[in-house]
Design a binder for this molecule. Structure first.
Ligand code: BG6
Length: 487
């Protein structure tokens, strides 16, 4: 299956940091369809050979195990070529057309890893140059807009040129192996389904914490913030994967229909819940890995009086029969105590206690997304070594069943971008987001953005290297629960 994969923004960060390494892994794993071409498009004046050299240099900064040796790179590089284009100039598209018509590829993928402000222009120009054939697929990287109206405008503009079946909206969290396994665990096993509901689940916590700050993306982050960057997309997609009903089959629309229902069932915000159930924070100076790091306001590209949030914790509920009354907590931030992503499903306590369970602990199913990838089931057992100690006969201790997917399936498994790129090339839409899902997610976050605009309090400071402002712990404590690291 010969493909042409065109990267608009071909010299940009995402291409060399994520997309090229992912394609190289697929090439190395022999899963990249044969006869492909990878065409970088950018403003710089580069020959094919200079583009290859640039990508090779960038590979030096890629994680060791994923870096090609020179012989491997030489083979991979034969797939790479370059077209210089100013995307705002209609005439430039003729050059791309000439390059694409050098052969008849079975599929042509246009990957827009450019500033979103260019999405509409590029789509219109692709149409005007006759580059929207039935073989064409288009991939859109986030952020897709900054609110509902701008998201709709992009979706409408792209929708005029491409059918929904041709549009691949990326949320790289859906490509993570742990998320595939969440679907497999829920819909390929009967064990948890009877328990997967309000009668048995006390609360659910989604944590995505990073140690990194905004790095070189200060200017971008200033107008984005954690809610738009992580919650509107990644966190809500994870929430959908946990809360959705079993789809009628594994086809893309059956899955997306069920996710959409979850988004539509999210409890609407009220002035009271906006005040009490949403905490925003911004990192102050602190220590990460033993080294001092500056405050967000001191980062390059950031306004010294910035009120952009680098942390969000919130509580929501899903108003349907399965989940009514179960709190879902979402927490994400930069410069936090640790780099990890996991989902904790906390089950209810026994209805009548004859043992002494450790205080404040639950039976918990932990879905680890990163850095570890696996499932842990936290149970209670009797510690036989303590049986003879006075008063210990009834006391239970926590024990963990630990399923480490890296150990079981090998740590060289397919990464998120590798998986998603192969799905685009194969035309599989299951792991991509439909426009109505995306709009519904924006509809739900918009009241928060609106509330913040008029909230003079601003984000609460938290020390870099901590778990965020103490208000996030107070919020969950009001329900009688605590975050996973606080047990
Ligand atoms: C991106 C955000 O979507 O996800 C980044 O724009 C964030 O700010 C990144 O760092 C986190 O992804 P991961 O896979 O490293 O958890």
């Amino acid at each position: 299956m010969a493909f042409d994969l065109v990267f608009f923004g071909g010299t940009g960060d995402l291409v060399w940091r994520k997309l090229m390494p992912a394609l190289f892994q697929a090439y190395r794993h022999d899963t990249l369809p044969e006869g492909g071409r990878i065409i970088g498009v950018g403003r710089d004046d580069l020959s094919d050979e200079q583009y290859r050299q640039q990508i090779q240099m960038r590979f030096e900064q890629v994680d060791g195990a994923k870096r090609p040796n020179s012989e491997e790179f030489a083979r991979f590089a034969s797939l790479l070529c370059y077209v210089r284009m100013d995307l705002t100039n209609p005439e430039a598209y003729a050059k791309l057309k000439t390059r694409l018509s050098e052969r008849e590829a079975n599929s042509v993928v246009m990957y827009l890893s450019t500033a979103p402000s260019l999405f509409t222009t590029v789509c219109e120009q692709l149409a005007a140059s006759g580059l929207n054939t039935p073989q064409t697929r288009i991939v859109l990287e986030k952020p897709l807009g900054h609110d509902l109206a701008s998201n709709r405008a992009i979706n409408e503009a792209v929708g005029k040129v491409f059918k929904e079946q041709q549009i691949f909206r990326i949320d790289h969290y859906l490509g993570k192996p742990a998320v595939q396994n969440l679907f497999a665990m829920r819909f390929g096993n009967a064990l948890f389904e009877p328990l997967w509901r309000r009668e048995h689940i006390a609360n659910i916590q989604i944590t995505m914490s990073e140690e990194l700050g905004v790095e070189k993306r200060g200017a971008f982050y200033e107008t984005t913030g954690a809610l738009r960057d992580m919650v509107q997309n990644h966190a809500l997609q994870l929430l959908c994967a946990i809360a959705m009903e079993p789809p009628i089959n594994a086809h893309a629309d059956a899955i997306r229909d069920e996710k959409l229902k979850v988004l539509r069932s999210l409890k609407r915000w009220t002035p009271e819940t906006l005040n009490q159930h949403v905490i925003r924070g911004q990192y102050a100076p602190g220590i990460i890995d033993g080294k001092p790091v500056p405050a967000y306001c001191e980062e390059a590209g950031v306004h010294p009086d910035s009120s952009t949030e680098t942390f969000v914790a919130l509580r929501t509920e899903i108003a349907n029969w399965r989940w009514a009354g179960v709190p879902f907590y979402i927490r994400t931030g930069k410069r936090m105590a640790s780099h990890e992503a996991h989902i904790h499903i906390n089950f209810r306590s026994t209805p009548h206690e004859i043992f002494k369970n450790p205080a404040g602990q639950f039976n918990t199913l932990v879905i680890h997304l990163q850095p570890k990838d696996g499932l842990e089931l936290h149970l209670f057992a009797q510690d036989q070594s303590k049986r003879n100690q006075a008063g210990s006969n009834n006391a239970l201790s926590p024990v963990h069943l630990d399923l480490d997917f890296d150990k079981r399936f090998g740590s060289q498994r397919v990464g998120a971008y590798e998986r998603l790129l192969l799905d685009v090339l194969g035309g599989r839409l299951n792991l991509f987001v439909r426009s109505d899902e995306q709009e519904e997610a924006w509809r739900w976050v918009e009241p928060i953005l609106h509330h913040w605009r008029f909230d003079a309090l601003g984000p609460r400071p938290y020390g870099a290297g901590t778990w965020g402002p103490s208000a996030a712990s107070a919020m969950i404590a009001r329900d009688g629960f605590c975050w996973s690291e606080e047990t």
